[in-house]
Design a protein around this ligand. Sequence first.
Ligand code: SF4
Length: 252
Amino acid sequence: MAARAGAEPAPARERGALRIVGAHGGSRALRDLQARMVECRACPRLVAWREEVARVKVRRFSEHTYWARPVPGFGDPAARLVLVGLAPAAHGGNRTGRMFTGDRSGDFLFAALHRAGFANQPQSVHRHDGLRLRDAFIVAPCRCAPPANVPRPDELRRCSSWLDRELALLPRARVLLALGAVGWDAALQHFARRGIPVPRPRPRFGHGAVARLPGAPALLGSYHVSQQNTNTGKLTPPMMDDVLALARQLLT
Ligand code: SF4
């Protein structure tokens, strides 16, 4: 990770200018929404944590100026595939200001998206590394880095309005790929808030599980790309390739 850190350009100026790297172009409404999102301070615990992490840092990123704000969605605003993650990592998205950027989870995810044709390159190192998504967009139910990567239910509830509004501005979404059970539940709750009937018992999360609710994008499950999963072999590159191939099938 140290070598990657050295490749990052002038993060202090970027942070000072608040240059958001979220949607590739897209509507004015989406850009405006993301500009408002990055100012959000609605969750005192998460605001304190995202800023403390940015102050204390870790040795390998000691020269970096962290983003330390909510992280907006990233990718192609005309995407049919929308990935629903969990929350930014303290020294990943919270540092770089872009979803899954600058940590091992992102290395795994973007390599897979590149193999599947949804990304123009396999690396995601910093906000201006040239990464572009094709027909894919990434959102999260919690936009601020939480302690121990675990947002509280009240924080997820508060942040759901950002998720709803961002998804409403992705009009071509046909498949939501939930990375983990939290993303799966957030997608189902989002459907319910849209007035889409969600059956009881709720469709169960699993790797490769598919829920098709009338009037909603197809919901597909995948284990999260966390290091805990990828280091232990719970989620392997072939498993991720299979899920993305299934996503591709659901898009056609
Ligand atoms: S988690 Fe969401 S609602 Fe809470 S402060 Fe961050 S952006 Fe705002």
